[in-house]
Design a protein around this ligand. Structure first.
Ligand SMILES: Cc1cc2nc3c(=O)[nH]c(=O)nc-3n(C[C@H](O)[C@H](O)[C@H](O)COP(=O)(O)OP(=O)(O)OC[C@H]3O[C@@H](n4cnc5c(N)ncnc54)[C@H](O)[C@@H]3O)c2cc1C
Length: 566
């Protein structure tokens, strides 16, 4: 990507201005650019730093949709799971899941066998066009004995056996978001992070762009576009408000727990026991009163550690409600232990609390009971011409897995409104930059030889694992300065060149961008003061930060984790 330049937004009228650089905005920008539209994308913070940072890293094939008879959604999930594996094979891996079957109405073998048959039919082309290592075996039922072996601690009462299926894990989620950004930029889109839409630019009632504030300099500029697309995630209602549209998408809070507990290779799914303390009870210290959501939780191994999700609030929340609330975390830990008793999770095992504000379904009033938030299952699109604000549309996505398709649909709608071609693009099949599989170790060694460097095997493995073919750029930086090729801390293969690469080639503007989202050093929890200090030193020199700014950047990184670990 080009270095960040706020000025690129000001000199033209774009076809499309995308507000929000989470995964839905990035996917919309990618597909719109693939149609030949001129595209700008802005994000108030860093790319994919909000909800898109906080998800559970599973590209779902839609088994739950099948169990709820939402066939269209299941088909789209299966298709998009494959699309991600096609366009970013390096960043995904197959992950097996297991759930118990019971003598029960909903979780019995017959019901799952029927769902698996349907899954086999809808997913019959699930492996087409994929690298062999990404092929997913069909789902199957397992015996009681096999289930007990694979799922230690599973609830045994009325257990009849188990069911085993495969999805993908998005192992390097932040790298995937950057690959979408690079893909959009490579097709001509202009992307700027730390650029917030603060008001609408109007011509009468028509929206003709947004007034955008550069968060790094406080400079403001009008960014003009024939169509503005609101992909602001939790900020969706605020941005509709800027358009002058009165609509309210209900929002809920959702969380995962990143833990230090080791996890086996198998992802596990189990319902939390009805009777586990609900949040409201935890807050009012009436935890003995039975309630319990009985929600289905999953425990997935991520870099060898247990990542548990997904909890969501029963009540509706405000956009910025992403603080770590101890009562919520305690209630979640209790639910997790009821679903996975062998885990025996404690607060001190939690290294990071993922939290995001997500769209919920509209509250349905039931006699005498307060409305409960349920997560929205279908994406929504609004053309605000119908709300008296032509020139603006809103996209509300619900899953990282299907974001590419949602973005493609949003871009097609934009093209229709603009009178451009609505033909399908190649974004479901064209490899994203840096996301392909190849012999990157050989590439590292060749590049190192060309620049006269010898790179230690652990560093080769580390940079190829995180950066794929971008390893060549990292090696060239290593050749520039000795302190960029030294490990940041003794005994770890992390090097200064990664910090420089994040700044020069991936628009990292803050220490948090570098530590948490580009290098992934802090993706699972605080990486340690020594690493943060070392990254800060290199970034300070590259970006010209004085001592005070450097300290503030370090404090911002530390505050990101505040409350996450015990
Ligand atoms: C705990 C949890 C677990 C999940 N697990 C999974 C999972 O395993 N699999 C899956 O498929 N999905 C999962 N999801 C859902 C998935 O994470 C979301 O659907 C997706 O990340 C939402 O992306 P988004 O682009 O809509 O929103 P965001 O990622 O929130 O992006 C919106 C962006 O808009 C920007 N913005 C807001 N206002 C403005 C403004 N005025 N100007 C400029 N920019 C603005 C924000 O800064 C933000 O970056 C999970 C979600 C959560 C919270």
């Amino acid at each position: 990507m080009q270095p960040r330049d706020f000025a690129v937004l000001g000199d033209t009228t774009f076809d499309v201005l995308v507000v929000g650089g989470g995964i839905h905005g990035l996917a919309t920008a990618l597909d719109a650019a693939a149609r030949g539209l001129s595209v700008a994308l802005i994000d108030a913070g860093d790319f994919a730093a909000a909800t898109s940072f906080n998800h559970q890293r599973t590209a779902h094939g839609g088994l739950r949709s099948l169990q709820s008879a939402r066939l269209g959604q299941a088909r789209e999930s299966i298709h998009e799971r494959r699309a991600l594996a096609r366009i970013a094979p390096r960043l995904l891996r197959p992950i097996p899941f297991m759930v118990g079957t019971y003598r029960s109405f909903v979780r019995n073998r017959l019901a799952l066998r029927a769902a698996f048959r349907l899954d086999r039919y809808l997913g019959r082309r699930r492996n087409e066009g994929l690298e062999p290592e990404l092929h997913l075996p069909p789902a199957k039922l397992t015996s009681r004995a096999a289930t007990l072996k694979l799922f230690p601690g599973i609830r045994q009462e009325r257990l009849t056996g188990g069911a085993n299926w495969y999805d993908y894990q998005i192992v390097h989620t932040n790298r995937l978001a950057i690959a979408f950004a690079e893909g959009a930029a490579a097709r001509g889109a202009r992307l700027v992070n730390y650029a917030e839409a603060v008001s609408a630019v109007k011509d009468g009632t028509r929206i003709v762009g947004m007034r955008v504030r550069d968060a790094l300099t406080a400079v403001e500029a009008d960014v003009r576009a024939r169509l503005t697309v609101n992909c602001a995630g939790a900020g969706v209602n605020t941005v509709m408000g800027l358009f002058g549209v009165r609509r309210e998408i209900p929002l809920a809070k959702a969380m995962n727990l990143v833990t230090s507990r080791p996890a086996s290779e198998m992802g596990l799914a189990a319902p939390a026991r009805a009777g586990a303390a609900s949040l409201a009870e935890a807050r009012s210290a009436k935890a003995d009163k039975p309630a319990g959501t009985g929600r289905m939780l999953t425990l997935v191994p991520w870099h060898g550690r247990a990542l548990i999700g997904t909890w969501h609030s029963d009540d509706f929340r405000r956009p910025g409600d992403v603080t770590v609330d101890e009562a919520e975390v305690a209630a979640f830990i209790e639910e997790a232990n009821s679903a996975f008793p062998a885990l025996k999770l404690t607060r001190s095992d939690v290294t990071l609390v993922h939290r995001g504000v997500v769209p919920a379904s509209a509250p349905r009033a039931t006699a005498g009971r307060p409305a409960r938030a349920e997560l929205l299952v279908s994406p929504q699109f609004f053309d605000h011409a119908g709300d008296g604000a032509p020139g603006a549309v809103t996209v509300v996505g619900t899953k990282y897995t299907t974001a590419r398709a949602v973005g493609a649909r949003a871009a097609a709608k934009a093209a229709r409104i603009l009178g451009a071609s609505t033909r399908q693009t190649d974004t479901a099949t064209a490899m994203l930059p840096g996301a392909g599989i190849a012999d990157h170790e050989a590439l590292t060694i060749e590049t190192a030889r060309a620049v006269g460097l010898e790179v230690a095997p652990p560093i080769i493995r580390h940079i190829t694992g995180i950066y794929g073919d971008r390893c060549a750029a990292i090696v060239r930086l290593m050749a520039e300065r000795s302190d960029w090729r030294m490990p940041l801390v003794p005994g770890r293969p992390i090097i200064g060149a990664e910090v420089i690469h994040a700044i020069r080639a991936e628009m990292a503007c803050t220490l948090a961008d570098i530590v948490i989202r580009r290098t992934e050093l802090g993706a699972m929890g605080h990486p340690g003061a020594e690493i943060v200090e070392a990254c800060a030193g290199i970034a300070a020199e590259e970006l010209g930060w004085d001592r005070d700014r450097r300290d503030r950047e370090i404090a911002a990184v530390n505050s990101f984790y505040a409350g996450s670990s015990a």
